[in-house]
Ligand binder design. Structure first.
Ligand code: ATP
Ligand code: MG
Length: 337
């Protein structure tokens, strides 16, 4: 017999969890609700109640809730860790960092998927040296499934490519963006880690990809506008109470001293005005070989594995890996409705 599927209103009535709270829970824990687009089954109502209680129990600390859920439902609650790479200003090296960080994780044996969420000017495939057959454009047009989008890339990496140069893709409906987010959280079969490369600026879709993340890597450069924009982004992320840890990576530094100066400036502002400090992930210097790798479409970490900057990408990945996936104590609390 087919199980009854309830509307969200009925689900709220039957579970005792408010509608707005249900939406919030589904947004934050989509891997627990694979099929609610067609209605809420009794199993979903149980899971809603359970997560609602856990959120209260853990004082809104979603990382702790996730850890608890993973223990209780190893299969259902399994979601890959998500790292979103972003910046205030454009052109600061987000895609370069996302690709090389992903390769550093893959080098460390982590099953890693790089997701190009720059929906306007997607170019991960260019830097990764791929000519994808299927991209998010084909997904959007209903000509490909999510699984068909996964491409094998050099370095043991898997990549989901965006489609470049397609007008209108930049301002995609939030409904589709949310669908992408849910699919990313369900990638556990394919990857233990998903790295998301975003577009510059704080659009609603970028904020959504930030809010999905366990870690948000903010890329800043010594350029004054970039430094200020990085701070503004961190501020908005704080105001929005995104659940992930905020990390800072300085790119395009002339040397270590300049990187430290940029880092300290941003940390000091965050400490003073936000009473919070992003966690530093180190720096990458301005390096003609990085630019050359882009031009040649050869990922830097693969073409130049024995360089200081390759070591720095590995170090940043190790710092991210070192943080336990669910540092209940360290994660900022999120105000649940
Ligand atoms: N450390 C570096 N040294 C030299 N060149 C770099 C460095 N980091 C990035 N670049 C170069 O800067 C250019 C922009 O980098 P990238 O595409 O990664 O930036 P982005 O932030 O993703 O840009 P967008 O905002 O358009 O998405 C590329 O040509 C890249 O090779
Ligand atoms: Mg980019």
């Amino acid at each position: 017999m087919k199980k009854p599927a309830h509307s969200i209103r009925d689900a709220a009535r039957l579970s005792g969890v408010e509608e707005s709270r249900i939406r919030f829970i589904e947004r934050m824990f989509p891997e627990n609700f694979p099929d609610t687009a067609r209605g809420y089954a009794p199993r979903d109502l149980d899971r809603l109640r359970e997560i609602d209680a856990l959120i209260r129990q853990h004082g809104n600390n979603l990382s702790a809730v996730r850890a608890d859920l993973r223990g209780r439902h190893p299969a259902a609650g399994r979601a890959p860790r998500v790292i979103t790479v972003t910046s205030g200003k454009g052109g600061v090296g987000k895609t370069t960092v996302a690709l090389n960080l992903s390769l550093a994780f893959a080098r460390r044996g982590v099953r890693t998927l790089l997701f190009d969420a720059d929906l306007g000017l997607a170019n991960v495939h260019v830097l990764a040296g791929l000519s994808p057959r299927q991209t998010i454009v084909e997904l959007l047009q209903g000509q490909a499934t999510m699984d068909e989008l996964i491409h094998e890339a050099p370095g043991g990496l898997k990549v989901i490519c965006g489609g470049s140069g397609i007008g209108g893709l930049a301002d995609l409906k939030m409904e589709f963006v949310r669908y992408l987010g849910r699919e990313i959280r369900r990638m556990a079969e394919t990857a233990d880690l998903v790295v998301i490369d975003t577009a510059a600026g704080l659009t609603a879709s970028v904020l959504h990809f930030i809010s999905l993340a366990d870690d948000v890597v903010v890329v800043a450069t010594p350029n004054l506008a970039s430094t200020l924009d990085a701070y503004s982004l961190i501020k908005v992320a704080q105001q929005e109470r995104v659940p992930g840890r905020i990390r800072l990576l300085v790119n395009h530094a002339a040397d270590e001293a300049q990187a430290a100066h940029v880092r300290d400036k941003i940390l000091a502002c965050a400490r003073k005005f936000l009473a919070f400090e992003p966690e530093p992930l180190g720096f990458i210097t301005r390096d003609p070989l990085i630019e050359l790798s882009t031009q040649r479409r050869e990922p830097y970490l693969l073409a130049h594995p024995d360089t200081d900057n390759a070591d720095r990408f590995l170090l940043a990945a190790d710092l991210l890996r070192a943080a336990t996936p669910d540092p209940a104590a360290a994660a900022p609390a999120l105000a649940a409705p």
